[in-house]
Design a binder for this molecule. Structure first.
Ligand SMILES: [Fe+2]
Length: 522
């Protein structure tokens, strides 16, 4: 059971047992397929000469099909086919198909489709990346996270599909493994059953990918997906690979089967994607390597940080990923790359609501934990639980004079913006980066936000104070950059309504070389 939802149900007066008894029998998890390509098509951003293509062939509607042909063309009308081939289809991968197409030209769109002979797939757009260091004028990205199917409709994805963007970053919680989270705001049918095995995780992807708006976004743009916790189970850390190894392996297998990502090395998903001389994307994995959370976390509310969370060496990235990231950021700066964009699962801005780390308090007690005080995320699931490593990473930006770094973040089902410094208890510490955390595609927000159970996003007296907070809306973020300016726009809607269209509500602007973001309400 998801502890936070357990709490919410209990707080509603029902009590866990009563709620358990009240749950209906499982509703059908996967809609009856209506087409051979019932999960749509997708592409993944991969390299300057390669793209990843993805689809799934529905075995009930294509019996006996053991391969598909694929074609890549230079136009949506398939004027010239520039690459083609066949790919196997089998139950071993749940009839998903993945192709790495090479030999393409850099920095341009291609169009692709699959065929069984009897049935052609929809056409999708793929894209190659610019060559690292090449002159590039613009970078446009949509970014999103947290798409609980039961909690809402995918109007945000319908809007993303119409946008002129190079690619879409997906920052985690593509599925929700737990049934009870649906009760935070259930507007669509999804099984209450919590999935724990390969068939269960696969059924989640089939359900979520049955949505036409999500399919439209995937067909329109290449994705760069990373996972967060709900692709396995709420708030996991690296101990899950010893406590529930079969479950974790099943969850990761299903993720790789259903995402347009070409494996790099085992289950490694952190990777960097250079964007010419203009930008460099770093996609993190703050889940599978993270050190364990402190035991005995309260169900909700705030909690004092201790030397457990602040211990030197404690890591959310793991040592290999940390040196990859700090080294990559330094190399991007040295190469003259303007914008460093970090795709990040959980908030790196502090969520401290009581500051106990005053100069007087520290003078009186030098053994105070780093950044002492009370924090809203009571189990320290965000970077707050890894305070030493956060300061180390941000200090590396200051020490290396690494400019123009932005974190794009998901997880919290709320909208935030905050300047980041290497020591937020030092008023003289420089701003070295900015975080732009966008709200959920559809997962419940506002009073029903699972994370608000850890403390109210809007009312809490944060210290330091974020520059922008909105805990109410759904939607996605839009990043647009050229050599002089980077803007992030928050487009918001209410996913409880099927027709709700995201509209731009606030835009943040960074000028290259100046770490101070400006904010304009729209
Ligand atoms: Fe989420």
């Amino acid at each position: 059971m998801d502890r936070r939802n357990f709490l919410r149900l209990g707080a509603g007066g029902a009590g866990a047992a009563a709620v358990g008894l009240a749950l209906p029998a499982c509703s059908p998890m996967t809609p009856t397929p209506t087409s051979v390509y019932s999960a749509g098509v997708a592409s993944g951003l991969h390299s300057p000469t390669e793209v990843v293509l993805w689809t799934r062939v529905e075995p009930a509607l294509a019996p006996g099909v053991t391969s598909v042909t694929w074609e890549v063309a230079d136009s949506a009308g398939f004027g010239t086919v520039v690459a083609s081939g066949t790919a196997p289809v089998s139950a071993a991968s749940d009839h998903t198909v993945k192709v790495l197409v090479g030999g393409l030209d850099p920095d341009r769109s291609y169009w692709y489709r699959f065929s069984t002979g009897a049935a052609d797939s929809p056409v999708g757009r793929a894209r190659t990346m610019p060559v690292a260091g090449a002159a590039v004028g613009s970078l446009k990205l949509a970014y999103a996270s947290c798409q609980c199917y039961a909690n809402g409709y995918y109007g945000a994805w319908r809007d993303v599909a119409t946008r002129d963007v190079d690619a879409v970053l997906f920052l985690g919680d593509y599925i929700y493994e737990a049934g009870l989270i649906q009760l935070l705001g259930k507007v669509r049918d999804e099984s209450f059953e919590t999935v724990t095995d390969l068939a269960g995780y696969r059924s989640k992807y089939k359900l979520y990918k049955s949505d036409p708006d999500l399919q439209a976004a995937h067909a329109a743009h290449p994705f760069v997906p990373i996972w967060d916790d709900h692709e396995i189970v709420n708030d996991y850390d690296r101990t899950i690979f010893t406590t529930e190894p079969a479950r974790a392996a099943a969850a990761y297998q299903a993720w790789f089967e259903y995402q347009p990502v070409w494996p790099i090395d085992g289950t490694r998903i952190y990777r960097d994607l250079p964007w010419g001389d203009l930008g460099h994307l770093f996609m993190l994995d703050t889940r599978q390597y993270r050190d364990p959370h402190r035991g005995g976390a309260p169900l909700y509310g705030t909690r004092d940080i201790t030397t457990f969370e602040t211990a030197a060496g404690r890591s959310i990235l793991g040592a290999d990923q940390r040196s990859w990231l700090t080294g990559g950021l330094a190399a991007a700066e040295a190469a003259g790359t303007t914008w460093k964009v970090i795709g990040n699962q959980v908030l790196i801005m502090p969520l401290r609501v009581r500051d106990d780390d005053t100069p007087a308090a520290r003078a009186a007690d030098p053994s105070l934990p780093l950044h002492a005080g009370a924090y809203t995320t009571a189990n320290f699931d965000t970077w707050d639980g890894y305070a030493w490593e956060r300061d180390l990473l941000l200090r590396s930006l200051a020490d290396g004079s690494i400019r123009n770094t932005v974190f794009l973040t998901g997880d919290y089902h709320a909208w935030w913006q905050s300047p980041l410094t290497p020591d937020f208890d030092d008023p003289a510490a420089p701003v070295v980066a900015n975080e732009f955390a966008a709200g959920a595609i559809s997962s419940a927000g506002g009073a029903n936000n699972e994370n608000v159970l850890y403390g109210d996003a809007v009312l809490a007296p944060f210290a330091p104070r974020p520059a922008y907070i909105d805990g109410l809306n759904n939607g996605y973020g839009l990043l647009e950059a050229d050599a002089s300016t980077l803007t992030v726009t928050y487009l918001k809607n209410d996913a409880q309504f099927a027709g709700s269209v995201p509209v731009p509500r606030v835009r943040f602007t960074l000028e290259a070389g100046d770490p101070n973001a400006t904010q304009e309400l729209l």
